[in-house]
Write a protein that binds this ligand. Structure first.
Ligand SMILES: [Fe+2]
Length: 254
């Protein structure tokens, strides 16, 4: 076979779930991290907003971030997330499964912060909702140093997404060492886990969330207005908010 007979080769991979990675602006990272500190460091608030019994994590603390706080104190995150969701839904393999033109509302069902310390881990689990995400506001300074000590299969502090079986020519996991500001969006049913780290007195802090996409024919009169409370204290957002569509930010970093 000569070089001329092999041409125009294109990898085609139409199967499997899509993970989208972005980079959060520093001001949003700081706001979410500061609010998480308020909740985690006050014993009364930490108890009031304790979310650990709803989660799989084997970690020191997990606290809920309410839709009210997001709406009043951090609307820029809601806008960023709206953009990210719209972009996710416009990616071809994902778009083929959900008919984005029929989506009217987006509901942030829940958001919570995970405070992970030495030895803590998050076993394999899935989420509720349609799309889920995770963002990182603190990564231990020791992480790089710890990784250098791993002489095979480095995994300290990594998140791992898993899908399907390992076969020749087909990967069954995506493993990532998070940096502050990283944000991922993925199908809620996608299995994932988080490995522990060992250095004491350092915190790995992330915030996760679940999002529900509501088709046009399933929205009732009572949740028509955007940003209105529903019975579960969730918030509804217009899927095609023009203020989001006009923004030019790019969130396909990394
Ligand atoms: Fe998770």
């Amino acid at each position: 076979m000569t070089e001329k007979t092999v041409h125009n080769l294109q990898p085609i991979q139409p199967w499997g779930p899509i993970i989208v990675k972005g980079t959060l602006p520093n001001n949003i990272v700081k706001k979410i991290d500061d609010h998480s500190s308020e909740l985690l460091n006050d014993p009364v608030l930490a108890k009031k907003y304790d979310w650990s019994m709803n989660l799989a994590g084997n970690v020191k603390q997990e606290v809920r971030i309410t839709p009210d706080w997001l709406e009043k104190e951090c609307p820029e995150f809601v806008h960023f997330l709206g953009q990210m969701i719209q972009s996710y839904c416009s990616i071809k393999p994902a778009m083929n499964t959900i008919e984005p033109e029929k989506i009217e509302k987006v509901i942030i069902q829940a958001m919570w912060t995970v405070s992970q310390w030495a030895g803590d881990f998050n076993p394999m689990h899935v989420h509720d909702g349609d799309l889920s995400g995770v963002l990182y506001t603190r990564i231990p300074k020791s992480m790089d140093e710890e990784k250098l000590k791993e002489d095979h299969y480095p995994s300290i502090g990594d998140i791992v997404f898993s899908y399907g079986d390992a076969q020749h020519f087909s990967e069954n996991k995506f493993q990532h060492s998070p940096k502050v500001g990283d944000i991922f969006l993925f199908p809620s049913w996608l299995t994932h886990c988080v490995y522990p780290f060992r250095t004491p007195n350092e915190e790995r802090r992330s915030s996760s969330f679940n999002v529900k996409l509501i088709p046009r024919n399933q929205t009732s009169k009572q949740d028509k207005p955007s940003l209105e409370n529903n019975s579960k204290n969730e918030k509804n957002y217009d899927f095609k908010d023009p203020t989001l569509a006009n923004r030019q930010d790019s969130f396909f970093a990394g």
